[in-house]
Ligand binder design. Structure first.
Ligand code: XMP
Length: 513
């Protein structure tokens, strides 16, 4: 597929994925690659434009990430953002210094060079700034196109060379006209036509899968979550009954979830899939006995998943391909991009070295979550499935802090079911993007009736987020929290305390482990 491509060159800033999402939202396909990608490899991809991201370093520090200066004379349009802007200035002999005053947050910029990538921006507009260094002098041939009272070069350009730089972050929603800046770059100097369309992606991927699988057989790891459901339906459209979907009930699912998944994708459901349910609860509990370290738990769950699939594949016989619902942020967060490894996702980082399949097919590996949902709708999957809140592969295994046991699973399942029921009853299930109960490893003293109790504490989590990369604790009504607390303590054995988690991400993560 020779679709238009924009490359985001990642210098370790926190908004790298966001830049790529914004570019795709504007209709152009975009990939994130680490700054360590050699120039020849980058040029071989034939990008229509390159965006250099922000990052925490100072360009004049020789230890900081830099890039081959030849990039700037390769004739490809470039947009440097924040650190990327300073890098561009520095590489072309401009001057970058520590700013006398750091700027952080919403900042009014004044546009002095209309046209270029600022053509659709008002003369004064609010953009998001986050910098301690700044461009003190632009390189030869560049013109300053925007400034703030403390930042003389909020934007600069060399129109003839199609080199652009902005000190602000156009990708964050706080930048009021940020998306206009990105669009102007894509559709102006880069000359994109906007050929990233979901219907074409779905159609092309189905054709590609058909070609790859031929008359072979594939096995799909179906969890009932959005990603694997979309992957399964897409695969089934491509290869029909050559596909078998294996649903592993690892005993770490939400209450009644196993039966619900079977009702949708099993023989009674609308999809006409080869569907196999494997009840492997005890097997997972045995493997997890005595294990408390989060990464070890994740790895064990991931590996056991694969072993179960391999066994099922052997039963079916001659299965060449394993299908997984891996999506693009999984790849980046698992360290295959250049950001620090935060958690290994079971379907990528936790994959064992040896996998007994000829090949793994990940039809969604280049999509962001919102794009997976669009692909799901395109495939005719009902909205209530497509817009389900995410549920992690390792399931309740990472919502039970410390050792996992069957008893603890039951506690957290019951508490979670009550919480979900009350959130839905309050009509908040669409407003809060992800919410669940977790079981802390803490036991404390309480009193119920006239008896002393020494029981577990449940933590309720609720977050609002658009991308799951950053999140805020949802401000739930107190009456709701009170009601859920009372119900959990009355109805769930061995729980005597309920907490609400007020932590955002960062510094927390959405899940507990
Ligand atoms: P964190 O906890 O990293 O979660 O803030 C971000 C989003 O990712 C989900 N998540 C996972 N999904 N396998 C998955 O398929 C995993 O190992 C995993 N860990 C976290 C989490 O539920 C949230 O939506």
């Amino acid at each position: 597929m020779d679709k238009e491509l924009i490359i985001v060159l990642d210098f370790g800033g926190q908004y790298n994925q966001l830049i790529a999402r914004r570019v795709r939202e504007a209709g152009v396909y975009c990939e994130v690659h680490p700054y360590t990608m050699p120039l020849e490899m980058l040029l071989a991809k034939n990008p229509k434009g390159i965006i250099l991201t922000g990052g925490p370093n100072s360009v004049y520090d020789m230890e900081s990430p830099h890039y081959d200066k030849e990039l700037f004379s390769a004739g490809i349009p470039i947009l440097g953002i924040c650190y990327g802007a300073q890098l561009l200035a520095w590489a072309l002999s401009g001057k970058v210094e520590t700013a006398p005053v750091s700027e952080y947050g919403k900042t009014e910029i004044t546009v002095c060079g209309k046209g270029g990538i600022l053509q659709d921006v008002d003369d004064t507009t609010i953009m998001w700034m986050s910098h301690t260094d700044y461009i003190a002098e632009v390189p030869e041939g560049f013109a300053v196109t925007a400034s703030t009272p403390v930042c003389p070069v909020a934007a600069m350009e060399h129109a003839a060379k199609k080199l652009y730089a902005v000190q602000f972050h156009p990708e964050v929603t706080h930048s009021v006209q940020g998306s206009q800046v990105l669009s102007a770059f894509l559709y102006g100097p880069c000359g994109c036509s906007g050929d990233w369309k979901m219907d074409a992606f779905v159609e092309n991927t189905i054709a590609e899968i058909r070609r790859k699988v031929g008359d072979g057989k594939a096995l799909c790891a179906l969890s009932g979550g959005v990603d694997s459901s979309v992957a399964a339906v897409m695969m089934s459209k491509a290869i029909g009954k050559q596909l078998t979907c294996v649903f592993v009930d690892h005993g770490l699912l939400r209450k009644h979830e196993g039966d619900e998944v079977e009702a949708v994708f099993g023989p009674a459901g609308p999809y006409n899939l080869n569907f196999v349910r494997v009840n492997a609860q005890q097997r997972f509990y045995d493997k997890l006995a005595g294990i408390t370290e989060p990464e070890e738990k994740r790895k064990i769950i991931g590996e056991e998943f694969i072993r179960v699939f391999e066994e099922e594949a052997q039963k079916i016989g001659a299965v060449d391909f394993l299908v997984q619902g891996t999506i693009y942020p999984d790849l980046i967060e698992s360290g295959l991009g250049d950001s620090a490894v935060i958690k290994s996702h079971h379907n990528v980082g936790g994959l064992p070295d040896y996998v007994d399949f000829k090949e793994i097919i990940e039809p969604l590996r280049m999509l962001f979550k919102d794009e997976v949902r669009r692909a799901g709708l395109e495939l005719g999957i009902p909205e209530y499935l497509v817009f389900r809140q995410p549920f992690p592969g390792p399931g309740l295994g990472i919502r039970i802090v410390g050792e996992v046991t069957a008893e603890k699973v039951q506690m957290v399942q019951d508490a979670d079911a009550i919480y979900r029921e009350e959130i839905a009853a309050a009509g908040l299930d669409k407003e809060v993007n992800q919410y669940f109960a977790a079981l802390t490893n803490m036991r404390s003293v309480g009193v119920m009736g006239d008896f002393r109790t020494y029981d577990y504490a449940v933590a309720l989590r609720g977050v609002t987020t658009s991308d799951f990369m950053t999140a805020e604790a949802a401000k739930l009504p107190w009456e709701l929290i009170e009601k859920v607390t009372t119900r959990i303590i009355n109805e769930v054995d061995h729980v005597n305390r309920v907490f609400y988690d007020c932590t955002g991400k960062p510094p927390g993560t959405i899940e507990f482990e």
